[in-house]
Design a protein around this ligand. Structure first.
Ligand code: ATP
Length: 296
């Protein structure tokens, strides 16, 4: 029997552009994905044997009723898919300690699934051939391939084209969440129904300078998210939270993925902490300071 623990970070998107639509209906995007120093913990145990069985345990403050605590959880599905693909059998036990809110635009479920894939590939007698993990990942969800890596990345296609970025400037984020869920599918449907059309591709990641008053304009442009109008229509608190973060001194604000989590960009930790502590003063909304992994 062998056990492996993996950290499953949240992500934010530094900008998101919709640049195409596939016949399947999936939208093609371009986005800088940044993993954060906040996330879930995943522990995977594998006891090789002739028969397969799966146990799944969900704990933590993020284990809310909307997160499946059985084989429907994306982390459990990832384990089943891995064993099928690897042609392996055995008793797999997964313990997921969840901190990230679900349907928040922070990629929690995708990160959990990728953590399980990484763990099983390390525990397996033989890891999958190159590209094998990535194929399993994209079949589980568009954000899962990004989470197979450990740093920031330039992500394209429907999420399957992942190019690691050397690093990000040292910026501090204040995450603000309105306290309610927003389903990704609803935001994409809103985007399409409003007759919005994909725009031109940038083709290369935007230059992200160190954060300062002088570079605030560059950041504001880089953080443009084409899903924002649709997300704001479904969740008006998004706009309010961004305005509050701006008033609290954020150099620029962004929407992560399809939301509803928004973030403000700050040049220093004390500035971010002061803003997070002041809070956004909106019903059940909460704030939290985070930093991108691989920044600085
Ligand atoms: P994205 O950033 O890709 O839009 P998200 O952070 O908005 O993702 P998730 O946290 O992945 O969304 O949750 C979306 C839904 O997936 C949940 O409402 C829940 O029903 C389901 N789900 C399945 N497995 C998980 C998991 N491990 N963690 C959270 N949600 C899960």
């Amino acid at each position: 029997m062998a056990t492996r623990r993996e950290f499953a970070p949240a992500k934010v998107n530094f900008g998101l552009r919709i640049v195409g639509r596939r016949p399947s209906g999936y939208h093609e995007l371009e986005s800088v994905f940044a993993p954060l120093d906040w996330g879930d913990d995943v522990e995977v145990e594998w006891r090789p044997g002739a028969a397969s069985s799966f146990r799944f345990e969900l704990t933590g403050p993020g284990a809310t009723p909307d997160v499946p605590s059985d084989e429907r959880n994306l982390a459990a599905r990832a384990a089943r898919d891995y064993l099928d693909r690897a042609g392996e059998t055995g008793a797999v036990s997964i313990r997921l300690h969840k901190r990230l809110p679900a349907a928040a635009g922070l990629g929690g479920g995708s990160s959990d699934a990728a953590a399980v894939l990484r763990a099983l590939d390390r525990l397996a007698p033989k890891s999958l051939p190159p590209g094998g993990l990535a194929e399993l990942a994209v079949a589980l969800g568009a954000d899962v391939p990004f989470f197979l890596g450990s740093g920031p990345a330039w992500v394209r296609g429907i999420g399957e084209r992942v190019e690691p970025l050397a690093g990000l400037p040292d910026v501090w984020l204040v995450l603000a969440h309105p306290g309610s869920r927003l389903e990704t599918a609803r935001v994409f449907a809103g985007y399409a129904q409003a007759g919005r059309r994909p725009g031109p591709a940038l083709g290369a990641p935007p230059e992200l300078p160190p954060a300062s008053n002088a570079t605030a304009g560059v950041w504001r442009e880089a953080l443009r998210n084409d899903l924002e109008p649709a997300a704001r229509e479904l969740c008006p608190a998004i706009e309010t939270l961004q305005a509050r973060l701006q008033a609290l001194g954020a150099l620029a604000t962004g929407l992560s993925g399809s939301g509803p989590t928004v973030y403000g960009l700050f040049a220093s930790r004390p500035a971010a902490e002061a803003a997070a502590e002041a809070g956004v003063g909106l019903g059940p909304a909460w704030t939290r300071v985070a930093q991108a992994l691989g920044s600085g």
